[in-house]
Design a protein around this ligand. Sequence first.
Ligand SMILES: *[C@@H]1O[C@H](CO)[C@@H](O)[C@H](O)[C@H]1NC(C)=O
Ligand SMILES: *[C@@H]1O[C@H](CO)[C@@H](O)[C@H](O)[C@H]1NC(C)=O
Ligand SMILES: *[C@@H]1O[C@H](CO)[C@@H](O)[C@H](O)[C@H]1NC(C)=O
Ligand SMILES: *[C@@H]1O[C@H](CO)[C@@H](O)[C@H](O)[C@H]1NC(C)=O
Length: 245
Amino acid sequence: MGAARQILLLGIFFCLLPGVFGQTFNFAADPFTFDPSCGLENLNGNWSAQGTLTITAAELVDANPQISIQTTSELCTVDISNCNVTSPSTIDACYCTGRTGDVYTLFVRRRARSSQSGASLTAVVIPSDPFLANLAKTDIGTLPLIYNTLSASLQVDEDPPIDLPTNQNVSVSGSENVTLKFCVANLLPGYTLTINVAGQTNTNTDGCLELTVTQPITVETATLSFVETDGCGRTDSFMVTLRGG
Ligand SMILES: *[C@@H]1O[C@H](CO)[C@@H](O)[C@H](O)[C@H]1NC(C)=O
Ligand SMILES: *[C@@H]1O[C@H](CO)[C@@H](O)[C@H](O)[C@H]1NC(C)=O
Ligand SMILES: *[C@@H]1O[C@H](CO)[C@@H](O)[C@H](O)[C@H]1NC(C)=O
Ligand SMILES: *[C@@H]1O[C@H](CO)[C@@H](O)[C@H](O)[C@H]1NC(C)=O
């Protein structure tokens, strides 16, 4: 390699350096805040993240002031040409909360969506010339788990399944033994279902759970419960009154 070419490459390298290292994102190792603090349900909870971008006025000339916040596609942009936004009322809000010299504070808040559960979030400074490479990019972190809303049901033999609140009366009259089938939709894998009726207990760690109750039954309380071991470890328990006759 000729000396002239080396000097040229070195020159290009030093010209690029300020552009590459001048713009820096700074997000804490785990920058997410959840509301509620655990158990974000699809379209119910929300999450937010805050960090800074350092960029000089000279660097901004070549940059799009709309800082792109992305998972596999763009979620929103933070407009750093306006850092006067005070907390917007909408849950989905990406904005610049303030500026000190070249340091801009970026705030991203989104409604929980199960399609984005556990996705990687990045922030990107896009050049104003779309043919150039991105000016800076950072991995903000991994989004929290977002749950689909749970729904629990009890089916007695071939009757239609009953949605489970608590203390529901279920008729189990007749001389045939009855099979209870307990299902909870949208639990994370790694859970335990339990049915307990009159000292008989069955558990299951996958799919629905069945228990056959022996006749005659006058009045028995069936306790149906679930414990999730992953994520936030949701748990609940339902009591159903079985009435024979
Ligand atoms: C975020 O979600 C929680 C739980 O649904 C809700 O109470 C809270 O108002 C939401 N926050 C905002 C800023 O809307
Ligand atoms: C932000 O607000 C202040 C005070 O109202 C104003 O002086 C300033 O020009 C505003 N800046 C922008 C970027 O809108
Ligand atoms: C269940 O049945 C008993 C006796 O018939 C009755 O007193 C009670 O109110 C019923 N409970 C519900 C939740 O329907
Ligand atoms: C109900 O279950 C008990 C215990 O398994 C059994 O002895 C009995 O024969 C069953 N009754 C009917 C009608 O199937």
